[in-house]
Ligand binder design. Structure first.
Ligand SMILES: [Zn+2]
Length: 106
């Protein structure tokens, strides 16, 4: 995966993963570390990207209520507040309705 800071392709995958299990990399060119989500709008989320996408997708596609979504995802072990769902909808609905989002480059 190219370095999101200097675009170098000479990067190394590290053994260590992020807390959520994302691959991490080291760039000898600029001596920085990064992970699969660095530079994407999902970088600082406490939840896996797939979960965020699912929540927003189900909200848009099936018009589920905030309470429905909280309950559904609580059963899967993710505690979401109504406000979190609303924030994600605001932030990520435009990405989902765009034709394709390629990780890395917004
Ligand atoms: Zn770099």
């Amino acid at each position: 995966m190219p370095c999101p800071y200097c675009q170098s392709k000479e990067t190394k995958e590290r053994k260590q993963k992020t807390k959520l299990g994302y691959k991490t990399f080291y760039c000898p060119g600029c001596e920085r570390k990064y992970n699969e989500r660095t530079g994407s709008p999902f970088n600082f989320l406490e939840y896996p990207t797939e979960i965020v996408f699912l929540v927003v997708l189900w909200r848009l596609r099936y018009k589920l209520s905030l309470r429905d979504l909280s309950e559904i995802f609580l059963e899967r072990g993710f505690e979401l507040t109504h406000q979190t769902v609303l924030n994600w909808e605001k932030q990520f609905a435009p990405l989902i309705t765009r034709p394709f989002f390629s990780g890395g480059q917004p």
